[in-house]
Design a protein around this ligand. Structure first.
Ligand SMILES: Cc1cc2nc3c(=O)[nH]c(=O)nc-3n(C[C@H](O)[C@H](O)[C@H](O)COP(=O)(O)O)c2cc1C
Length: 210
């Protein structure tokens, strides 16, 4: 840890002239900084979806890639978030890197990845994770843990000696970012906030009050 207790120095302040004109490039820079600062789970993001009644719900997922349009995460399409996104693809996400006093939040539209892309990612997962994806009906109630453990064993037997295929109900979402805000903690709570909003093919940048 540095003499400043791991806190960013004053030159970590966010300047309009120093950030990339593309927020997804800037996002990758901050992600790289989070890795360099040994943040635990730097790709963890809080994803919020809304139900039919407008009720939001949030959960942490891991961003498994940062594309030029936004982050990608993987989940069950039949989970609560999967079902909510199928009906209403408007989504919000937030990253927090406490060691760097940084937050990124974004809003956008969730798009399902192609089957080919989800297959390719699923194939890279450890076998145990793949079997769990088959065994868990994510977000559904279950009477006890034993039922789940038994299902894992059943699928292990079913796929013995062969690659585990991706369940059709499991795959990726790309969050196509429309608004991205970078927040840098500063002294005396006079924090820096720079917000990008998509305007056609370009991004408009403005400073928000802390
Ligand atoms: C650090 C962390 C990482 C997680 N990563 C994922 C993930 O990548 N995909 C996922 O479906 N759930 C992930 N989860 C579990 C979710 O937070 C959540 O419990 C689950 O997806 C069910 O959410 P839902 O019922 O709202 O759909 C993660 C949880 C934590 C704490």
């Amino acid at each position: 840890m540095s003499a400043t207790g791991g806190r960013p120095s004053a030159n970590a302040a966010l300047h309009e002239g120093a950030v990339d004109p593309d927020p997804l490039v800037q996002m990758q820079r901050w992600l790289d900084d989070a890795y360099a600062a040994s943040v635990i789970e730097p790709t963890a993001m809080c994803v919020s979806t809304a139900g039919e009644d407008g009720q939001p719900s949030s959960r942490i997922v891991l961003a498994r890639g940062m594309t030029s349009r936004g982050p990608v995460f993987y989940t069950s399409y039949l989970s609560r978030k999967g079902r909510e996104l199928a009906r209403n693809p408007r989504v919000a996400a937030a990253f927090y890197w406490p060691e760097l006093e940084r937050q990124v939040r974004m809003t956008g539209i969730a798009e399902r990845l192609s089957d080919e892309d989800s297959d390719a990612y699923f194939a890279t997962r450890p076998r145990g994770h793949q079997l769990s994806a088959w065994a868990s009906e994510q977000s559904e109630a279950v009477a006890d843990r034993d039922i789940l453990d038994q299902r894992v064993e059943d699928y292990a037997a079913r796929f013995e000696g062969e690659p585990v295929p991706r369940p059709h109900s499991w795959g990726g979402f790309l969050i196509v970012a429309e608004r991205v805000e970078f927040w840098q903690g500063c002294a005396n709570r006079m924090h820096d906030r720079l917000e990008y909003a998509r305007e056609g093919a370009a991004w408009r940048l403005r400073r928000l009050q802390p």
